[in-house]
Design a protein around this ligand. Sequence first.
Ligand code: SF4
Length: 394
Amino acid sequence: MVDYVINWGRGVDSTAYLVAMLDDPKAHGVDLERTCVITMATGDEWPDSDADAEHYILPLLRDRGVRLVQLARGGQPAAAGIDVLDDSRSPERLIRRGRWSLWDEMEATGTVPQQGGVRKCSIRSKADVGDRWVKPATGGRPFRQMIGFNADEIGRSERDLRENKNPLRTGVYPLIEWGWGRQKCEDFLLERLGVRWKKSYCTFCCFPVSMGAMAAHLDRMRAFPDIAGRVLRLEYTAMRLNPNARLFGRHSLLEKFDPARSEDGPVLEAFAQELASCPWAVYHLRRLLPPSTNDPAAPGEWLRSVRRLRTGRPADLARTVERVGARIGARLEYEELFGSVRAWKRERGQALPVTEEFLVSAPAFAADKEKDVFPKKWARYTGVASTLQLTIKS
Ligand code: SF4
């Protein structure tokens, strides 16, 4: 029976708690037989974080026979359920991903994680997955759930308490009770394990800026240039499909690397290699921000239509966009580094409804996407009943 669940995010805070508690479970009021550690695989954790977790923490769990359950979301829709990747009292390794990962979602939608507001990606790939496992595992009985908020994050623990909708769950925040802030957790792990514990997050996360950790993030990218190249390709694709889709709001990841700096060379080479070796396509993009149905002066919700018109070699596709763009009277815009071309048929204005439409050559990872309501709304707000008529000949 499980009545104590420990959410191990593998970062500094939850790891510090886990290690301190495992050193003397009884002193912390923990019965390991009735305890379960859960961890969620997002699919894109940094390899050095996984390696440290496997090297330093899994042996502690094995020695004490603690149950570790590794979970992942089963697919994009909630109906896809969750995957139990491993459930063991002697875990040998961490499993990096399940059937679905956030990366798959970002590539298929041609987007990057959004800064600001609620971290929907984290809720979908971590919090929601854990909640769905906990419910049956605790068998309808009351349980405690440890969340590794540190003493500098009292606001987050208060929000967790406020938003708890499960009357059987009691959230516990031992690091706050102990007065352990981030620095204390780092110092403890360094002293206890002899390692400076690294931040745990997805390689393509947009939050290193708000965590004040951009310099360390870029160093990590330089240490793993292949990963950096893929993340740059993800951002590049998103920005070709939406010029505002930079990873860090007003700043892109790409602009953080300087071709004149020798240590940035491998990252930029890996990025160029990614773009040279991946499939490319011509996309037709339309975006619409209609007025709100309740208040015509206020914006409603963005709608988007993405259609892949043809695939091919980047240079050929760029010529196609030029040719079709000239034919339909679009403004041509050239991306100098890798030769992508955008042909603006309709450029975004300020007033509602906001509309934009263009053709662009870009890496071919985004899938076609258009909500059922889009054609009707587009026709209503643009007066154009049909889509841009394109005849693209080989
Ligand atoms: S680490 Fe970043 S990208 Fe990954 S789930 Fe959390 S907020 Fe989203």
